[in-house]
Design a protein around this ligand. Sequence first.
Ligand code: ATP
Ligand code: MG
Length: 519
Amino acid sequence: MYQTTLPVVGAGFRGRDEQLARIVRAVEKLRAGGSEWLALLGSRKVGKTSLLLEASRRLGDRVVFAVLDVLDHVPVTAEVIRLLVLRVVERVFARDCGQSLEATIDPASYRAALAGSARFARLPGDLRQLLLGLHDLHLTASALAVLIQIPERLAEALDLPIVVAIDEFQELADLRVGRPAHDVLPMLRSAWQKHRRVAYVISGSARRLMIDLVASPRSPFFGHFALLEVDAFAQADAIALLVEGAVPGHAVSRQLAARAVAIIGGNPFYLQLLGEQLAGLASPLDEGALKEALSRLLFHRTGRLAMFFEAELARVVGRSAQALAILEQLARAPGRPADLQAALRLSSSSAVNYLARLGDVIRRRADDRYELTDPVMALWLTWRAPGGAAVPMTVVGDEGERDVARALADLGFELVYQSKASRGAFDLLAIRAGVMVGVQVKRSALPLHFTAAAWNRMEAEARRLGWRWIATAASREGVVTFLDPAHGRRRKGVGLSSSSAIVNLLAWIDDASPPRRRR
Ligand SMILES: Nc1ncnc2c1ncn2[C@@H]1O[C@H](COP(=O)(O)OP(=O)(O)OP(=O)(O)O)[C@@H](O)[C@H]1O
Ligand SMILES: [Mg+2]
């Protein structure tokens, strides 16, 4: 089964052996009396939360592993520290209490549940009072300072190693508490560095902010964290995800999986989405099915990956047409600020400012050119930008389809794959100003020949859908000829020769009266 809506733990979790081993090592060290801090760095949807949760699951009883995702609690206020402590309390005591402490509906039932734990009863009195009053504590700077100590105090009192993992940690960067306001990060740092029984793991997708937090001399955390990169899957793991996640009756061959990975890379989220899309198509899953699945996922306005990128795009460019133009330009070809300046007629300072504003979506290469960090997003963006209609065919099409798609895109058509997986008669649907044209692509020199059955199917389908239709010949030399089916010669099937060529396709469409839809 492919899983796309939640972080993955347990049976569906794949790969990441190295990172899991690294986290286990940190925990072993903690159990031996040495605390170590880890910072997980990884782009959006690469699997940071899944990794934390899976590490927690695999470590089981060896350690208490409390994970909190800051972005689950927006807007971010100092409250998030209270929630973090509650998460620790939950992980330490819930099992004794036989119920979730976080899920209690009011402070009184929380206190009643907590009192049910024998281990709780053995805690020092002041710590017990503190935990019982956790919900009611007024969050001043000094109260926060006390809260921050709770994990270490619990670990000490119960002789239990604890890992506190904070996901999307960069969101705490500007957090302040009390009046006058105190920065929270320095408070965390000075408390944490005295802790011996608690290890801290932070993670986040805002790469630059995270690196700033852990590696900038100005940061209170400078030099405290060991970095752990969470990258896209290596090829073998990526292929295994597609092959092993397949549902019965919709097997994905290793060959098809390898082809898919070559196109969309190793981001596990993208692969899961693609697998899910494939699983919805009729078997056998072949190259045609892959084309269709990718088109629906990425090259379609309501495709799940397209919508994910649309949201990312809105987040980074907002309403700025210039920022969008820069991204589109970089998606087409990596460039230096001076290239952007020239192409988009920007001043040198505004090119640099825009680049800074685009943040982690772009990165600087060794040759000083900027490119989109995610090549799949770059592909989507070029498809979405004006003139990008042929992009899908250049990614998954054969040479004939590619040439025909380019010729049609140059004429201003939008293009949609009509793959054989949906049992359609055409290869492409070309749309221009509301006119739909079914396109049959033949990689062959003229004349073209069709069997009567194939010809009749195209005619019938065009009539049924209210489309016009054409055949196209794409020669090995890359010459594309559009052919008018009205000139088909019937003899043992139907032939189309150079005398059927449509010289001006746009005029042909305008001149012809719309076909009548069959009732
Ligand atoms: N190890 C894995 N095995 C299988 N699938 C995975 C794995 N890691 C991630 N995925 C897939 O990627 C999706 C996103 O994973 P996850 O939420 O862990 O990523 P994230 O980096 O925390 O994302 P976000 O940027 O939204 O916080 C999951 O729903 C799942 O489809
Ligand atoms: Mg996450």
